[in-house]
Design a protein around this ligand. Structure first.
Ligand SMILES: [Zn+2]
Length: 246
């Protein structure tokens, strides 16, 4: 059983009652937190014990993708996590581009195990294999493909149109792709519209497209519809609490 649980999916800032980017990926007993945007640590605790995480992957240093790592680290260092993944347990394993550690209050904490991520890296995290490539964004940003027993889940992180999921290799079954706004905003920032996400996913031949990272002020249905039109097949818009199998 492989699942993808949406802990938060708001783009750039959390909307009312929402959370920033954060996804829990599970396969064969391995649980991985992919990004830790604001609000996601609260949702993570609704899922279960954070000490069950094998690792945290942070894709880039923009605050909407990582600032609740600070909450998780506080929990692990001083809260109930101390005995299990804090100083008295196994260190909290974090894989992130160097900018994230530099910004963290816990950059040098003894209970944190920081690992620098770079493009082209391949990691084994429990039952999952993770492959990374750089996207077209502002600070160093990494997209990731997670593979388990022949199935692959890819995540775009944040990107502009200068990157394609094709760079993560063939055979992407499920693609979680950012689609920040609708086509009227194309070209303004290094993000994708629903149309651009759908066009790229179709060209790459992915099996299934789930869009995420929508600005809270943008209509979910408008982005989904234009993504679906460009993709040529049904597209899901991620909502907090959704659980997808992959
Ligand atoms: Zn970003």
């Amino acid at each position: 059983m492989r699942t993808l649980t949406v802990l938060g999916c708001d783009g750039s800032w959390p909307g009312p009652g929402g959370s920033g980017s954060g996804y829990l990926v599970e396969a064969d007993g391995t649980a991985l937190l992919l990004d830790a945007g604001p609000g996601t640590f609260a949702r993570l605790q609704e899922w279960g014990d954070p000490a069950r995480l094998a690792a945290v992957i942070v894709t880039h240093e923009h605050p909407d993708h990582w600032t609740d790592l600070e909450s998780l680290a506080t929990w692990a260092g001083y809260g109930p996590g101390r005995a299990r993944c804090g100083e008295q347990g196994n260190p909290l394993r974090v894989h992130a581009p160097p900018g994230v550690q530099k910004r963290s209050y816990y950059a040098a904490a003894s209970w944190m195990s920081w690992h620098e991520l770079a493009p082209s890296m391949v990691l084994t995290i429990g039952a999952l294999e993770a492959r990374f490539v750089a996207t077209d964004h502002g600070p160093p940003t990494l997209a990731v493909a997670l593979a388990h027993q022949g199935a692959t889940l890819a995540y775009s992180a944040d990107t502009g149109t200068g990157w394609s999921v094709e760079e993560l290799g063939p055979g992407i079954g499920t693609f979680l792709c950012e689609a920040t706004y609708t086509e009227e905003s194309e070209g303004n920032l290094r993000h994708l519209s629903g149309r651009e996400a759908g066009t790229m996913a179709r060209a790459a031949g992915v099996g299934r497209l789930i869009i995420t990272h929508r600005w809270p002020t943008v209509s979910a249905e408008a982005v989904r519809k234009e993504a679906e039109k460009a993709f040529g097949a049904p597209v899901d818009q991620a909502h907090t609490g959704d659980v997808f199998t992959w």
